[in-house]
Design a protein around this ligand. Structure first.
Ligand SMILES: Nc1ncnc2c1ncn2[C@@H]1O[C@H](COP(=O)(O)OP(=O)(O)OP(=O)(O)O)[C@@H](O)[C@H]1O
Length: 288
């Protein structure tokens, strides 16, 4: 790949993957800078997991160039694997082991692991160090999975839908954990269905739909770029509600002011949220 690509933690160009007749990934380009939290956002079946599995070196691809920490995952070595943290859902650890035993056990797989007690503290499980895995709640179990993903001291952490099934409080606690890891300088790629999650965590995000990146940028930038239209609503003299989608809401309101000669009945101006933008980009917009 080019010299520029070497500065990126993850560089993907023209990635394609088919499963029989299904095109899961249809030519994806991605560039993830070192130290950033990058969100891969998209609806079910968009191709997020397939992409992450290819980056992990756990799935073959049909076409495209992929560089993860300067290496093609197809040529993954043990040394490379120790630099890429993967958070598995329900890492297979014996349920009879305690949290402390499990983290210390996994640390032995790595050449330069982090301190197990420090990692347990990082994920907020210090009160549970002596608890058996089978006694953990779902959210605590997920924190343990993250602890096992970072115990090797990775430069890059890959998280595939880390908070699916969490209640809102657990999700917020998990976000804090991700921010703490990001503050330490770990590059993080996370996939999510939740726009709120991508907005809360990601420095930049790519929206993917039908195996393609349909938009990429900072959350605020995407809102500005795709969300310039506003909906102006008002009530006509006969009481019927009206709405108009417009790129120049001020002009629309000025015209209405002239028409109503002052106060406009039921006036509202609604700017699209990032959620509206996302739904439009992924083709799920309610067009009523
Ligand atoms: N092992 C597989 N064999 C056949 N088809 C697959 C396989 N894995 C994924 N697919 C299909 O590829 C497409 C993309 O799936 P993928 O899991 O990558 O999407 P996703 O964005 O992660 O979706 P979700 O959010 O539902 O996990 C889907 O149509 C899916 O059904």
């Amino acid at each position: 790949m080019t010299a520029h690509a070497n500065e990126l933690a993850v560089a993907v160009r023209g990635l394609r993957k088919r499963y029989g007749d299904i095109t899961a990934v249809d030519g994806i380009d991605l560039g993830i800078r070192q130290g950033e939290v990058f969100g891969l956002l998209g609806p079910n079946g968009a191709g997020k997991s397939t992409t992450v599995e290819i980056l992990q070196g756990n799935r073959s691809r049909d076409a495209g160039e992929v560089s993860v920490l300067g290496t093609d995952p197809v040529n993954a070595t043990r040394a490379w694997r120790s630099r890429v943290g993967i958070v598995w859902q329900d890492e297979s650890a014996p349920p009879e082991l305690t949290v402390g035993e499990t983290v210390r056990h996994f640390a032995r797989y790595y050449p330069a692991p982090r301190d197990p007690e420090e990692v347990i503290g990082l994920v907020g499980l210090e009160q549970k160090t002596g608890s058996r895995i089978k006694a953990l709640s779902g959210g605590q179990r997920r924190r343990l999975d993250v602890a096992l993903g970072v115990i090797g001291g990775p430069d890059l952490l890959l998280l595939d839908e880390p908070t699916t099934g969490f209640d809102p409080a657990a999700r917020r606690q998990f976000w804090e954990l991700i921010r703490r890891l990001a503050d330490e300088g770990t590059t993080i790629l996370l996939t999510t269905h939740y726009l709120e999650e991508a907005e809360a965590l990601a420095d930049r995000l790519a929206v993917i739909a039908r195996g393609l990146v349909v938009a990429e940028g900072e959350p605020a930038e995407l809102r500005d770029r795709f969300g310039t239209e506003a909906v102006v609503g008002w009530t006509e003299s006969d009481g019927s509600p009206r709405t108009e989608r417009t790129g120049t809401p001020t002009r629309t309101v000025a015209e209405l002011m002239r028409r109503f000669d002052g106060e406009i009945p039921g006036l509202r101006v609604v700017r699209p949220t990032l959620e509206n933008v996302y739904l439009r980009l992924t083709g799920q917009e309610d067009t009523r």
